[in-house]
Design a protein around this ligand. Structure first.
Ligand SMILES: [Mn+2]
Length: 342
């Protein structure tokens, strides 16, 4: 059940105290969307509390307003609770979920494929490249005054979820919005420099180790790699520093699917899956209780690492002979394919 932008705008106008939540393992889309809303709604004199249970990764701390984000709050009884870039409260974390669930009205703004039951108001469209596009449309519907802070947050959302405008999810609409955001003072070069060219030493070293461990299946259709717990320990690295590595793995010529497994100390094995147009990795991730988009999805798996790799590769191989994974190849030109923060 989709809601109209008008219904969403009215719910926001009615609310005075508003809690916003991003998903766990936050990315540029969930944080940029949440912060753009925070700026806009505060300018309407609303009390807004932006929440991210996993905080803000280093590469996103420059986002205007990032310092406002809290990992949790004891406050309850918000008039409105909005989750950004995810369809269910499971993915905003167990500390933040009760804050949103206790709100009088709940809303989701999301472009993931999974529908779910959450949300009195549902601003959902899996055909847009980023949740930031939906936030842009909603703020326009509300006639919210735009400024540079809002524009930078939304342009960051668009740039990161489209792989710098390289993924299949990019539409002319994505560019029109981006052009508009530039007119409010956001600059793609500056944002790209801050997000992609300012990596930690450890994250570049992790990339090197993942590339060194790169494998490809005998038929060349699946490329995969892994990072061991010892890699994270030796480099004093954490999982957020692996962002983007999986795209290098999918880049192997002929590979239709790329997978990165991470044996993160103290966690289940984290798996990011990317595909080229025509292979649906959302279905694969769903079989392991994960999800995302057709061409970018993720899940967690039980150790040991070697077992997880074998089970995942077997499932992906089945997908090549199973038409549900590979149907509607020509109808996905506007479908979502974004970086999925698992
Ligand atoms: Mn997104």
């Amino acid at each position: 059940m989709k809601s109209t932008l008008k219904q969403a705008a009215e719910a926001i106008f009615r609310a005075n105290r508003i809690a916003l939540a991003s998903h766990i393992n936050p990315d540029g889309d969930t944080l940029g969307s949440m912060l753009a809303l925070t700026h806009a709604l505060r300018s309407m004199n609303k009390i807004v509390v932006p929440l991210s249970q996993h905080g803000v990764p280093e590469i996103y701390r420059w986002l205007p307003g990032a310092e406002w984000i809290r990992t949790n709050t004891d406050e309850r009884n918000f008039d409105l609770g909005i989750i950004c870039d995810t369809g269910c409260t499971k993915r905003i974390g167990k500390d933040v979920a009760p804050v949103i669930d206790s709100a009088r009205t709940t809303m989701k703004i999301d472009h993931h494929l999974a529908e779910g039951d959450f949300g009195d108001i549902r601003v959902v469209n899996s055909h847009v490249a980023a949740t930031g596009e939906l936030v842009y449309s909603l703020l326009k519907e509300m006639r919210a005054p735009f400024n540079r802070a809002i524009a930078e947050n939304l342009l960051c959302a668009l740039i990161t979820d489209t792989g710098s405008f390289r993924f299949m999810n990019v539409t002319s609409h994505t560019f029109r919005i981006s052009a508009s955001l530039m007119q409010y003072g956001a600059c793609p070069a500056v944002i790209s420099e801050l997000v992609f060219e300012s990596r930690s030493f450890a994250s570049i070293k992790l990339l090197g180790r993942a590339l060194d461990a790169l494998n490809v299946s005998d038929d060349g259709l699946i490329a995969w790699s892994f990072l061991r717990a010892s890699d994270f320990i030796e480099l004093k690295a954490n999982d957020e520093e692996t962002e983007g590595i999986v795209n290098h793995i999918r880049a192997v010529r002929g590979a239709q699917v790329g997978v990165l497994f991470r044996e993160v100390p103290g966690m289940k094995i984290r798996v990011s899956i990317r595909s080229r147009e025509g292979y649906d990795v959302n279905l694969v991730a769903q079989d392991f209780d994960g999800g995302g988009h057709r061409q970018a999805a993720g899940c967690s798996m039980d150790p040991p690492l070697d077992d997880a790799i074998n089970r995942m590769l077997k499932r992906i191989r089945e997908g090549f002979s199973n038409t549900t994974n590979t149907t509607n190849l020509q109808s996905v030109s506007s479908s979502s394919d974004t970086s999925y923060g698992e």
